[in-house]
Write a protein that binds this ligand. Structure first.
Ligand code: HPA
Length: 270
């Protein structure tokens, strides 16, 4: 594993040269941020040795290097989901590679279903914490001390400093920015009404099928993490609307300007 990470990192360094200390993982329907990056280099996932290839509709797979809000960053356009059949090591491999390239701060975005009764479709939620309901932890198996500790603390999985920064931006811009706990599930089914209810009762505000594995590995690797969810549908026992991939994408696309604004401004302030 260590050698594979190093080999992939070497390949990327050879193709791109300058390496950023900040990375962004773009979720479903949230690829618009890329249009705000002054692109310096791009690499298709399928040309990177040992990189998995994205399969889901709405996820094109490439690494993008360039300037966003005046900061040099790398972005993953398209991520790997557990429900696609990748194992947890594959899902989180890009985060390992980012760390090897020198990334210290990781931004993650996703589309999520809202359980919090205050939430509306199109809301943007800063992730303050998560609940891992994936059937497997990405750190299961042999631990490599050079990558991180055997038993990593998860007391501040999402950086308080970055949450405060996002709040300040939202306040200055009059943006409605929600806070909440993200429940990570394996999917690919959306939840039953009883499951949305259950996730709300255990402390969740939104639920989705990504992010948690990457954030666990980023914490293991000592990165500072910022996460944001776009609420693309609502779930619960009184909610009759049926979520679909198309609706999720549509709602995410509509919320993109707010997400883009917050992340771009954060890049300036970092
Ligand atoms: N459930 C799980 N994942 C999701 C949802 C949802 O309602 N919406 C977008 N991703």
């Amino acid at each position: 594993m260590i050698e594979t990470i190093a080999r992939t990192a070497d390949y990327i360094r050879g193709r791109v040269g300058e390496m950023p200390d900040t990375a962004v993982i773009l979720g479903t329907g949230l690829g618009d941020l890329v249009n705000h990056i002054e692109i310096k280099a791009e690499i298709d996932y399928h040309s990177i040795p040992d990189f998995p290839v994205s399969t889901v509709e709405g996820h094109s797979g490439k690494l993008i290097f360039g300037n966003l809000g005046g900061r040099y960053i790398m972005a993953m356009q398209g991520r790997f989901h557990f429900y696609e059949g990748y194992d947890m090591k594959q899902v989180t491999f890009p985060v390992r590679v980012m760390k090897a390239l020198g990334v210290k701060t990781l931004f993650v975005s996703n589309a999520a279903g809202g359980m919090n009764k205050e939430f509306r479709v199109g809301d943007v939620m800063v992730i303050t914490d998560h609940i891992n309901l994936f059937p497997e932890n990405p750190l299961r198996g042999r631990n490599y001390e050079e990558l991180g500790p055997r038993f990593p603390a998860m007391t501040e999985p999402y950086s308080q400093r970055l949450i405060a920064m996002a709040d300040a931006i939202a306040e200055a811009d009059g943006i409605r920015l929600m806070h909440g706990v993200y429940v990570g599930t394996q999917g690919p089914t959306f939840e039953t009404p009883a499951e949305y209810e259950y996730f709300r009762i255990i402390g969740g505000d939104a639920v989705g099928m990504s992010t948690v594995p990457e954030v666990i590995v980023a914490n293991h690797a000592g990165m500072e993490v910022f996460g944001v969810s776009v609420i693309t549908d609502l779930g619960g026992k009184d909610i009759k609307e049926v979520p679909s991939h198309e609706e999720v994408q549509k709602a995410a696309i509509q919320a993109q300007p707010v997400m883009t604004r917050i992340i771009t401004e954060m890049m300036q302030r970092l």
